[in-house]
Design a protein around this ligand. Structure first.
Ligand code: OGA
Ligand code: MN
Length: 288
């Protein structure tokens, strides 16, 4: 194996060292990286990278089709103003301004969520490149929704098995944005859908919870009160520290996470210190 793997916690995540992601990779190496990432629950950190935008995209597309690539679905109508102006595959997360315009979305993901869950085909991997980071703060938390599912009682698992949840970007926009002003165009487009509450991973066959406070508005067939109670229980269970890791960035980190099996949370604790990250997002399967 041409890289070194170190777990970052027993529950989730590995650091993969010794690779230069800017260099072309053969199919075998890509397959080894994918397997290592899947074995780690779907979280890998690649430290000390130095990537151009094109290299970030080229690395990412080896793992699957990307939102925003020519001919593919755009990431989301609602975030078009935060995409890289020349490379719509890159979604920019930043509190920086450039020529009086936001350089990316400020306060993005400052709540537990799974990327693009409000689409019929939500994200598989997201690949985030840390270009500029605060002196301290601005960590990302991840929780393992496979471990959370497996820790449920058999009775709860049986109850959840047939359930479906409604996901809507309006939930994110209405309740969760920490800082950006929501404009009307943020809410247009086809950003509401229904997914199973428990999904089976297309590659590993593992079952995971697939609901999140960022986009899940309710459970099909339940009253709003019943929905809120059951979802609240699942969210507090899944985000127990036992299922979580917290990543503190070093500039140059590339972090790849699997939205099918994880939720993540951007910690909004760094005030006005500049933070600038670029993200590519793989188009996943219809959840089953
Ligand atoms: C994202 C996101 C986390 C962060 O890019 O999808 O949620 O810490 N960002 O910036
Ligand atoms: Mn996110």
């Amino acid at each position: 194996m041409s890289f070194t793997v170190n777990p970052i916690s027993p529950v989730l995540g590995v650091k993969i060292s010794g690779l230069d992601l800017a260099k072309p990779m053969g199919d075998n190496l890509v397959a080894e990286i994918r397997q290592t990432w899947l074995d780690a629950g779907g979280l890998a950190i690649f430290p000390e990278q130095s990537l151009t935008t094109e290299q970030h995209i080229a690395f990412s597309r080896q793992f699957g089709p990307l939102f925003g690539a020519p001919g593919n679905t755009p990431l989301q109508e609602t975030v078009s103003r935060y995409l890289h102006p020349d490379h719509p595959e890159i979604y920019r997360v930043s509190n920086r301004m450039e020529n009086g315009e936001p350089k990316g979305r400020a306060g993005a993901g400052t709540y537990w969520h799974s990327d693009v869950a409000f689409k019929a085909q939500p994200a598989a991997a997201s690949i985030l490149y840390a270009i500029e980071i605060p002196a301290c703060g601005g960590d990302t938390l991840f929780c393992n929704m496979t471990a959370a599912y497996e820790a449920l009682s058999d009775t709860m698992k049986e109850m959840l098995a047939p359930l479906r949840a409604v996901h809507d970007f309006a939930q994110t926009a209405a309740n969760q944005f920490a800082r950006p002003v929501v404009i009307e165009s943020d809410l247009k487009g086809d950003n509401r859908t229904v997914h199973p509450v428990v999904r089976t991973h297309a590659q590993t066959g593992a079952k995971s919870l697939f609901v999140n406070p960022g986009t899940t508005v309710g459970l099909d067939g339940f009253t709003p009160g019943e929905s809120a109670a059951l979802l609240g229980q699942l969210f507090s269970h899944a985000t127990k520290p036992d299922f979580c890791v917290r990543h503190t960035y070093t500039q140059g980190d590339v972090v790849m996470w699997d939205n099918r099996t994880l939720m993540h949370y951007a910690v909004n604790d760094y005030g006005d210190q500049p933070r600038y990250m670029g993200r590519t997002t793989e188009i996943g399967e219809v959840p089953e």
